[in-house]
Design a protein around this ligand. Structure first.
Ligand SMILES: [Zn+2]
Length: 178
């Protein structure tokens, strides 16, 4: 849904981008997708989002080419949502937004993002300060930080307690961890 005529009249690329990703929950859906969440139910439990809102956001992100639907089961038919190149290109903006939030509003880091090759914490735009390069998403390792307070009832939250690479599908355990 568009933000409104006033926004649409803005001659501004930020306003244009917000037409796509500026609705509540949209950036968090993209965050989870970059973390490796792919399935509707996994987004649902991890975000705690109303079903209709999640369905609407996934549709918007798919329509605009940030996510692509992929059928992983035929009977009954089930689709998963995979990050496209256009969706992956949002990562530096999300990284910068997260760094801004950490710097101004959080005391303890919730997650660290490191260049897997060298172990260096990424800079504010997803670059590696040690290697001097932009780090491809599959080479970004995410590690829980001291401020993280996972929901023990949420299997996605539990799965994200282990270090993993961005985009790598989250491994959901069917049994609660002992
Ligand atoms: Zn590096």
């Amino acid at each position: 849904m568009a933000l409104g005529k006033d926004y649409a009249r803005q001659e501004c690329s930020i306003a244009r981008a917000l037409e796509i990703v500026g609705e509540r929950w949209t950036l968090l859906v993209m965050r989870d997708a970059l973390y490796g969440v792919r399935r509707y139910n996994d987004f649902l439990v991890h975000l705690g989002i109303p079903r209709a809102v999640l369905a609407s956001r996934l549709q918007t992100l798919t329509e605009h080419g940030l996510l692509a639907k992929r059928r992983y089961q035929q009977s009954p038919p089930r689709d998963e949502y995979v990050v496209t190149d256009r969706g992956a290109a949002l990562w530096p903006a999300l990284r910068a937004l997260g760094q801004w939030g950490r710097e101004h509003f959080d005391s303890d880091p919730l997650r660290y993002f490191r260049h897997a090759d060298c172990g260096t914490e990424l800079g504010p735009y997803g670059e590696c300060p040690a290697c001097g390069t932009a780090v491809p998403l599959p080479d970004v390792e995410m590690v829980p930080g001291p401020g993280l307070d996972p929901d023990p009832a949420d299997p996605v939250s539990r799965a994200l307690l282990k270090p993993k690479r961005l985009l790598q599908p989250v491994h959901i355990e069917t049994e609660p961890a002992a």
